[in-house]
Design a protein. Structure first.
Length: 275
């Protein structure tokens, strides 16, 4: 009796194995093949039908290099520290760089290198933006600063791209007549987009009547909800030379990073753009 039961178990396992092998063979034979033209990010592709085994099918992007229009260095509020500003321009109307590296070289009056500062940023098609680095420590006062751009990672925008619907309004510059500090810029940030942003950086550039940059500073606003209006303040604790005639502002939101925002009324996270 026990031998018959054991025999039945063996036969059952054999049939089960045969059934599994036949089923796997049928699935493998009739399943949709992964290709470099199926419109799906699969295999070991880095993007949709691009990268990895599909490297040869990647569309070649021929983009013009980012250009540096101007750069400069200013005394910071702390002795031995300096503020840097530079303007980067993207001449491409259909390509944005989701990531680029930059290197700031500080030189003395003889052209000798006295310090460096590395960083990274991003830029949209046709955009012109400030790169600002505050409180860079240097052993010697710099005479000039050079901004070098490298490693641009280009993304093609197939259609008209969408910029975050954010505005900075009610902006005022005032010197502080009583209390601590020299001057400040106050304003109101309005997030009129349907997105809740994790972080928004606000850069402020103060210029004189001729457009010369006198001072720069930045602040960050965390968790800015859709439809929210929020006051901000940028502060200069120490006096700087020159007569301020204009306070230029720019907001910075990394639309290439899906972690930077989520869209309301949609479950889970969603990319801000389709490229």
């Amino acid at each position: 009796m026990e031998k018959n039961v054991k025999k039945r178990w063996i036969i059952g396992f054999v049939y089960l194995g045969i059934f599994f092998i036949v089923g796997w063979f049928c699935f493998y034979l009739f399943r949709s093949k992964e290709t470099c033209f199926d419109g799906i990010k699969n295999q070991n592709e880095e993007g949709i039908d691009c990268g990895g085994v599909c490297a040869k099918s990647c569309k070649k992007i021929e983009a013009q290099n980012l250009t540096v229009e101007t750069s400069g260095v200013l005394d910071a509020s702390v002795s031995g520290e300096y503020d840097f500003f530079g303007v980067v321009s993207n001449p491409n109307k259909l390509y944005g760089s989701k990531y680029f590296d930059y290197l700031i070289k500080f030189e003395d009056e003889n052209g000798a290198l006295i310090g460096e500062k590395k960083g990274n940023s991003f830029i949209l098609p046709g955009e012109k933006k400030y790169i600002i680095e505050n409180n860079v420590p240097l052993d010697k006062s710099p005479a000039k600063a050079e901004l070098i751009i490298s490693g641009s990672q280009w993304i093609e925008f197939q259609d008209i791209y969408e910029s975050p619907n954010i505005q900075i309004v009610k902006k005022t510059y005032n010197e502080i007549t009583s209390g601590v500090g020299f001057s400040e810029v106050k304003g109101l940030l309005e997030n009129m987009s349907p997105y809740d942003f994790t972080t928004i950086k606000i850069d402020v550039i103060l210029t004189d009547a001729s457009g010369k940059v006198l001072a720069v500073n930045s602040t960050r606003m965390n968790t800015v909800m859709s439809g929210e209006n929020r006051d901000f303040r940028v502060f200069w604790p120490a006096r700087f030379s020159g007569d301020v005639r204009s306070a230029e502002t720019q907001f910075d939101v990394n639309v290439f990073d899906s972690d930077a925002f989520t869209k309301k009324y949609i479950k889970g996270q969603q990319q801000f753009q389709s490229y």
